[in-house]
Design a binder for this molecule. Structure first.
Ligand SMILES: Nc1ncnc2c1ncn2[C@@H]1O[C@H](COP(=O)(O)OP(=O)(O)OP(=O)(O)O)[C@@H](O)[C@H]1O
Length: 303
């Protein structure tokens, strides 16, 4: 189990993280969310031992993770970290990069393992390609495969699919996160993307102003967003009479007390997002079809 106990840290004087505590069990998947600059990457780097803490302690089981004051090289053996910048060997092939840390003692086993990892990240056809010839997204996939090659006990992922196109993202997410679950590898994922979270995370930690603002399951946070910051992570939302209401919780009806004029209809694939002027403020409503500008509509809240 990972234990983060009352940690505080600042790069200079101001604290970026202030008194953060949480645990991650073996095999648990925890997502870290928060606005840009809220300290998600910093938190992962601290867990990896890249910096010395101002206060607090971090343990994996009974082993304390210590910073550079006490350790020449960051990153204990049982932990892997995939940063936003990938640390690959550009002049070596994809399979050489993935297999770098695997033992050469049983070459057949090593090749089997590399093939399995190439399948997880869907790069089998690039196995002999030099990494410098790959796109950003392909490099990110090599970095992920390399990190899981030796089956760490815990993996820290910073925006793991940020360079990967939508065609590949869905299947890659499924492959990677089910690989980690099947092998009982804990993971802590910093992300901006709700699709990395909703189907996969066991719990979410939301950071705000250097503190843990919320910690709960995706379902509870989605169903009861306690503030705008959390609601905005999950999708389009409104504040109506002080209450947070997602766009999909509003319905256009033939008659109601809530009346508004249409400003714009945005095509969104399976629905239209209708922007209406309600008491001088924009409100967003999901609807099956487009509505003309300036039409008057009525809507209701269905929660
Ligand atoms: N090496 C550094 N030296 C000084 N300040 C830093 C350094 N790295 C990050 N910061 C500052 O620490 C704060 C937190 O940054 P961090 O990268 O952890 O945020 P984040 O939540 O991961 O952001 P993003 O979502 O944009 O990646 C920011 O104010 C940032 O400017």
């Amino acid at each position: 189990m990972l234990q983060v106990i009352n940690i505080s840290f600042g790069y200079k004087n101001a604290l970026v993280l202030n008194n953060i505590s949480f645990n991650v069990n073996a095999g648990e998947h925890v997502s870290i969310i928060g606005e840009s600059g809220s300290g998600k990457s910093t938190l992962l780097k601290l867990i990896y031992g890249e910096f010395d803490l101002n206060n607090g302690q971090i343990f994996w089981n009974n082993i304390e993770v210590l910073g550079p004051k006490y350790n020449l090289i960051a990153g204990p053996e049982f932990m892997k970290y995939v940063a936003q910048e990938f640390d690959l060997m550009p002049y070596k092939t994809v399979e050489e990069n993935i297999g770098e840390f695997l033992s050469n003692f049983y070459l057949n086993e090593k090749q089997k393992r590399i093939n399995e990892l190439l399948e997880v990240v869907e790069l089998s056809s690039f196995s002999k390609t030099k990494v410098k010839l790959l796109s950003g997204g392909q490099k990110q996939r090599v970095a992920l495969a390399r990190a899981i090659a030796k089956q760490p006990e815990i993996i820290l992922l910073d925006e793991p699919f940020s360079h990967i196109d939508n065609f590949k993202k869905q299947s890659l997410r499924r492959n990677l996160f089910s690989f980690l679950k099947n092998k009982n590898i804990s993971c802590v994922v910093a992300t901006h993307d709700k699709d990395d979270v909703l189907s996969y995370a066991d719990s979410i930690i939301a950071l705000d102003n250097g503190r843990v603002m919320a910690k709960d399951t995706p379902r509870n946070l989605f169903n009861n967003p306690k503030n705008s910051l959390i609601a905005s992570f999950f999708g389009e939302y409104n504040v109506i009479n002080g209450e947070i209401v997602y766009a999909h919780q509003l319905k256009i009806v033939s008659k109601s007390n809530l009346k508004a004029a249409v400003r714009h209809s945005y095509f969104n694939g399976t629905y239209y997002l209708i922007e209406v002027n309600f008491k001088g403020k924009s409100i967003f409503i999901e609807n099956v079809c487009e509505i003309n500008q300036d039409d008057i509509i009525h809507f209701e809240i269905f929660k």
